[in-house]
Design a protein around this ligand. Structure first.
Ligand code: ADP
Ligand code: MG
Length: 355
């Protein structure tokens, strides 16, 4: 197990590496601590797979350095880095049995056959394929093959880190839930450094202690699930985490007051001098719907189980609020914002509100 340091990693696939638009990774600087369970979360195309492949050595970065426990491994092969990687789609030897697929990485390392057998059996139980152990892989379903891939990532315990790239995409929902809890238990038991790539916030928030959010080739925030939810550093994090995502309203500022059209919103404090595009970010959880506050036009009320989502417009801007399942929207509805839930953003980045 090792800490994985990324030092100013940039990567361009494009023909002209000087064009910023060609950068799949713009500048990534971060250390995954030894033994941490991380999720790498972001929308499709933001650079998650590129970053994982740079960590494992499948892709050489255009610039920057990769450090394992402080040792520069940027020039080392995948094998020399000793990393296990599980991909989105199955990578298995079709002509081998399930058992031999799992034994392969261990026999490669010349482990005694008794040890190989012990580890393979443990892993088979983990991925729930004990009854298929002596079947050839080619006859199995995509789902079962992906479990073999997952097993091959987990069968060794001497790796520097285990990297998962959306590993449960082809797995059915119930099994997905089961495997995810297995991974979490496994992390508790062996303390491997694990980096789990996903575009699914539920998956990220349930697997990881620390979530690393990526957007357009950059890391925009690193934090616990609670931190990401309560204080999104970038408006994108606010949109992306939570359901529905954070409301973002363009406003004009006047000290501790924000104006949107004819409506005025009192802020919990005044920011220092700011310049740029100014927006308020307020999660639907902090928007109260009732008879007091700013008038809104309600377009829809959706029942989502324990809550209802109220869709409305405030000064022509869409806004969402959450109310209890037994609550109703009054005639001539108005909204208020809870001060604790008001965030201020300048050019998409959060700024502190003084008091
Ligand atoms: P993610 O895994 O978050 O979906 P990727 O790392 O796969 O993102 O891709 C990041 C960006 O790099 C995307 O714009 C994608 O089109 C581009 N890209 C990825 N792989 C290649 C490649 N082999 N050649 C050229 N461009 C690529
Ligand atoms: Mg990807």
């Amino acid at each position: 197990m090792a800490a994985i340091g990324l030092e100013n990693i940039r990567h361009a696939y494009g023909p002209d590496p000087k064009r910023p638009a060609d950068y799949a990774l713009k500048s990534v600087h971060h250390t995954f601590e030894d033994g941490g369970a991380y999720a790498l979360l972001g929308p499709s195309g933001c650079g998650k797979t590129t970053l994982l492949n740079i960590m494992s050595g499948l892709v050489t970065p255009s610039s920057g350095r990769l450090l394992f426990d402080g040792r520069d491994v940027t020039g080392l092969s995948t094998e020399a880095r000793n990393i296990a990687q599980v991909f989105q789609f199955p990578v298995v030897y079709d002509t081998m049995t399930v058992y031999d697929n799992l034994a392969f990485p261990l026999r490669n390392r010349r482990l005694p056959e008794a040890e190989v057998d012990r580890r393979v059996r443990e892993t088979l139980a983990l991925i729930d394929l004990e009854d298929r152990a002596h079947r050839k892989a080619h006859g199995l379903t995509a789902d079962q093959k992906q479990k073999i891939s997952l097993g091959r990532g987990l069968v060794r315990n001497d790796v520097a880190a285990i990297l998962f790239d959306e590993p449960l995409t082809v797995i059915d929902p119930h099994m997905k839930w089961l495997l995810r809890s297995q991974l979490k238990l496994l992390h508790k038991r062996f303390g491997h450094t694990m980096v789990y790539v996903t575009h699914d916030q539920t998956e990220a928030l349930t697997f990881a202690d620390t979530v690393v959010v990526m957007y357009e080739g950059e890391i925009v925030q690193i934090g616990t699930p609670d931190e990401l939810f309560a204080r999104p550093k970038h408006t994108f994090v606010g949109y992306f985490i939570g359901s529905p995502g954070m409301n973002v309203l363009p406003v004009a500022l006047d000290g501790a007051r924000a104006r949107i059209g004819a409506a005025e919103i009192a802020l919990p404090g005044a920011p220092g001098p700011v310049e740029g595009r100014i927006e308020l970010g307020i999660r639907p959880e902090f928007v109260r719907v009732g008879r007091e506050g700013l008038p809104v036009a309600v377009s829809k009320v959706e029942d989502v189980g324990r809550h209802k989502v109220v869709r409305a417009t405030l000064e022509g801007r869409p806004i969402a609020a959450l109310i209890g399942e037994d609550e109703d929207v009054p005639a001539e509805p108005r909204v208020r914002f809870e001060p604790a839930g008001i965030n201020l953003y300048v050019d998409a980045w959060r700024v502190e509100l003084g008091s």
